[in-house]
Write a protein that binds this ligand. Structure first.
Ligand SMILES: *Cc1c(COP(=O)(O)O)cnc(C)c1O
Length: 352
């Protein structure tokens, strides 16, 4: 056997149930950007659909179309990276929910040939992150353009949304004030969104007033806890994936495994964490290109399996992240496509 990333879809289903409960009565939008945070979008979307997830956050149109192909005609699929006319046309054709944070995109929408279905517009207010979003001083101009599109049946006003930093409660509170005024202004302009959405994992779990109609949850769905924040147990989630490797040689008091920085294990982590072996935790000594050297154990033999991180391991992705001052997603996303994904499951609840 060689290194693999083993994803337990039944654990994923438990996390989905936990997220659903935590954000209720708001709905869970499962964020599946970056190949479902490295877990593999096909298997993740398929299982989520079987578990009753109806909203997906897909980031870009290409991913949105991939989700449509798996999740079927009824799924709602939100995308928020839109690159102009061709992208918008493809998004409308696939009946994606379009996160519009730029007035130029409203002009582009107006320039599209009439489509059989109106574009599903979710207008984004910039609540202070300055990443993307309509600035408050341009909000009423943007609303006017949306009204024109709605009157022409070129668009339906599906949503009002923003993204918050989730780093400080005070900043998030200020962002929420801006969000609420934007909604008041939209209502005054005759535009009442069917869906409001503002929060991701952290605020969605911790702060009820931020839940609105939909909570866009990525990290917690995959069991990735926030760096420096509450534990998995406190959150009621579990990591769904284990990064497994195999012993290739025993070298004196050390053991070499078949996974290195080419597979996505950052070299900077050497000396800073332990892997799980049959004999317990063993310290990582050196991370090389294709292999890693760890402290040995009695009776170690080539072919033995170890857990480098994740489910069943000595450390989670976020534990590793904290050792080098980053976030768990960063570690999870680095697991290279060179490492095959494998899935275990007893099947969806509905099929058991
Ligand atoms: C990535 C992302 C999310 C999900 O964030 P998590 O912290 O992983 O839950 C939500 N909304 C937007 C706009 C994002 O880009």
């Amino acid at each position: 056997m060689s290194a693999e990333y083993l994803v337990d879809l039944d654990v994923f289903a438990r996390n989905l149930a936990r997220v659903r409960e935590a954000v209720a009565p708001a709905r869970h939008m499962l964020v599946v950007k970056d190949d479902a945070y490295g877990h593999g979008i096909d298997a993740i979307v398929r299982r989520a659909s079987a578990e009753g997830v109806t909203w997906f956050g897909a980031f870009d149109v290409e991913t949105g179309r991939a989700v449509r192909a798996i999740a079927g005609a009824d799924a709602r699929i939100f995308v928020w990276l839109l690159g102009g006319v061709a992208d918008l046309a493809a998004g409308v054709a696939a009946r994606l929910d379009l996160g519009i944070g730029d007035e130029a995109l409203l002009d582009d929408l107006a320039s599209l040939p009439p489509a059989s279905t109106p574009a599903r517009v979710h207008l984004k207010i910039d609540t202070g992150l300055h990443r993307n979003g309509i600035r408050p001083e341009r909000w009423s101009a943007a609303l006017e353009r949306v009204s024109t599109l709605v009157d022409a049946r070129a668009a339906s006003f599906e949503g009002l949304w923003s993204h918050i930093a989730e780093a400080s409660d005070a900043d998030d509170d200020n962002a929420r004030e801006v969000f609420l005024s934007a909604r008041t202004a939209a209502a005054a302009a005759g535009l009442t969104p069917r869906f409001s959405h503002l929060a991701a994992s952290a605020a969605g779990f911790a702060r009820a007033p931020f839940r609105e109609d939909l909570v866009r949850v990525g990290a917690f769905s995959y069991g990735i806890r926030p760096a420096g924040g509450p534990s998995e147990t406190e959150l009621g989630i579990e990591p769904i994936a284990s990064l497994l490797a195999t012993v290739v040689s025993v070298e004196g008091d050390a053991v070499r495994i078949d996974l290195g920085h080419l597979h996505g294990l950052p070299s900077v982590l050497q000396g800073r964490f332990s892997i799980a072996t049959v004999a317990g935790g063993r310290r990582v000594r050196a991370i090389e290109a294709a292999t890693t050297v760890v402290d040995g154990w009695p009776d170690a033999v080539p072919g033995d399996t170890v857990v480098v991180f994740g489910r069943g391991g000595a450390a989670s992705a976020t534990d590793l992240a904290e050792a080098v001052d980053t976030i768990g997603e960063e570690i999870a996303l680095r697991v290279s496509p060179l490492v095959p994904r494998r899935y275990t499951s007893n099947g969806p609840r509905s099929a058991r």
